[in-house]
Write a protein of this length. Structure first.
Length: 134
């Protein structure tokens, strides 16, 4: 794995689509290895990846995995409109706070986009039950 990262690093430094892809592979590799600081550095070093929705999702995931819930919340909130991962995260946070209208809004958006995903419909049903139990 180390050799692959060494070979991809020069390409990841380029401001190009290939550079972004190389940066993503490096960051995902470090994430799988639970080397979160290195993963974050790989994302931040690649301008296109750093600004992309996928890159920002990874940064939010890293923040969460490192226990920085405030940073994760901010990052996910900043990409809510374009990211299903952000909607899922924010819906879970709303459920934990018993903010049923917010949880419903986010979950309904996921159901609308992915009507075949049973877990979103199940979440919506659970939210409705919780709201009825007020």
């Amino acid at each position: 794995i180390g050799d692959a990262i060494i070979k991809l690093t020069p390409l990841a430094a380029t401001d190009s689509e290939s550079g972004e892809q190389a940066g993503r592979v490096i960051a995902e590799t470090y994430l799988r290895l639970k080397q979160y600081n290195e993963a974050r550095e790989a994302i931040e070093a690649q301008p296109r990846l750093r600004q992309s929705t996928g890159g920002r999702e990874m940064l939010a995931r890293i923040a969460f995995l490192q226990g920085d819930k405030v940073a994760a919340d901010k990052l996910y909130a900043s990409i809510e409109t374009e990211s299903d991962e952000a909607k899922e995260y924010l819906a879970k946070q709303a459920i934990a706070r018993k903010d049923w209208p917010r949880a419903r809004q986010l979950t309904e958006a996921l159901v609308k986009k992915h009507p075949d995903q049973a877990q979103y419909r199940a979440s919506l049903e659970a939210i409705a039950k919780a709201e009825a139990g007020k």
